[in-house]
Design a protein around this ligand. Structure first.
Ligand code: AMP
Length: 281
């Protein structure tokens, strides 16, 4: 497995491979890897010959400086996991490599109304930061295919909108959510959960599962109300939103007959903010 710190070294590695017709997949991550990330690498292998994983904790997508500061960075562990997973190359630039003019360079693109809903409401400017770095990674790698997790449901939508904005010929693959045995969606931030938080964190997957399992029994409003009740009275858990939304627009669903429905949740558990979702249809 090759490790690259600069775009030019990465490009030099990829050029002959592309010339010989190899298909390239990009798996963008912020490191602190877990089996969710590895599932993206595994799925990438079914689409491409060469898998490039990027590890970059992107400052422009963090709205809370403390969150950025405490984001875990176990790089040796990450490299060992990627090597074992059969990753071809790792791109781990420093901040100056990705933001040579500084992180406040002018970037604003139209991502549609959904940018401002849900995560966009709680993390202002988050998706401008996400699309800014992903565009830079796409430019550096020029992959045939890029893998993203359904775990960040809204992010996938925003990346697809960014792709349409720039008319980039990259195939986006959405990978299923990998969970711990008890249902908690794997996340790099789970490491910050205390034992009590860890127990409390199960409320996210349980409330989503409830809505999925009982979808045919209640109205949308009743389902949402019942899901929100899961959060009542749990000390140290603060619900930001629980919504059943249209999967294309992320607007609150008006009818069960909408083409695509997804339940999405965000909650603070202790000092850690978690998100999760389940596709209903
Ligand atoms: P992150 O390092 O958290 O930015 O995540 C990198 C990629 O891995 C994103 O596309 C995430 O959606 C995806 N991902 C994170 N957690 C999971 C999970 N539990 N299952 C599947 N994919 C995930």
């Amino acid at each position: 497995m090759e490790i690259f710190k600069t775009k030019s070294a990465l490009e030099a590695f990829l050029k002959p491979l592309k010339a010989s017709g190899k298909k390239i997949a990009l798996v963008p991550t912020m490191g602190a890897l877990h089996n969710g990330h590895i599932s993206l690498i595994e799925l990438a292998k079914t689409y491409a010959d060469i898998i490039v994983c990027s590890i970059f904790v992107n400052p422009t997508q963090f709205t809370d400086p403390k969150d950025l500061e405490k984001y875990p960075r176990p790089i040796e562990h990450d490299l060992a996991m990627l090597n074992e997973a059969g990753c071809s190359g790792v791109f781990m630039p420093d901040i100056a490599e990705m933001y040579p003019q500084g992180a406040d360079e002018n970037w604003h693109i139209d991502l549609g109304k959904a940018e401002f809903l849900l995560e966009g409401e709680f993390r202002k400017g988050h998706y401008q930061g996400v699309t800014q770095i992903v565009k830079k990674l796409f430019d550096a790698v020029e992959p045939d295919v890029a893998m993203f997790g359904q775990k960040d449901f809204q992010q996938v939508l925003m990346i697809k909108n960014m792709l349409a904005y720039f008319q980039l010929p990259i195939k986006i693959i959405t990978c299923p959510i990998i969970r711990e045995d008890d249902g908690l969606a794997m996340s790099s931030r789970n490491i910050h959960l205390s034992p009590v938080d860890r127990e409390n964190s199960l409320v996210l997957s349980k409330s989503l599962q409830y809505v999925t399992d009982h979808f045919n029994e209640f109205s949308l409003d009743e389902l949402e109300e019942k899901a929100k009740r899961f959060y009542h009275g749990i000390e140290g858990v603060e619900l930001d939103y629980f919504t059943i939304a249209n999967g294309d627009t992320l607007e609150k669903a008006k009818s069960k007959n909408e083409n695509s429905l997804v339940a999405l949740v965000a909650a603070k558990v202790g000092s850690t903010r978690l998100i999760d979702n389940m596709i209903i249809k």
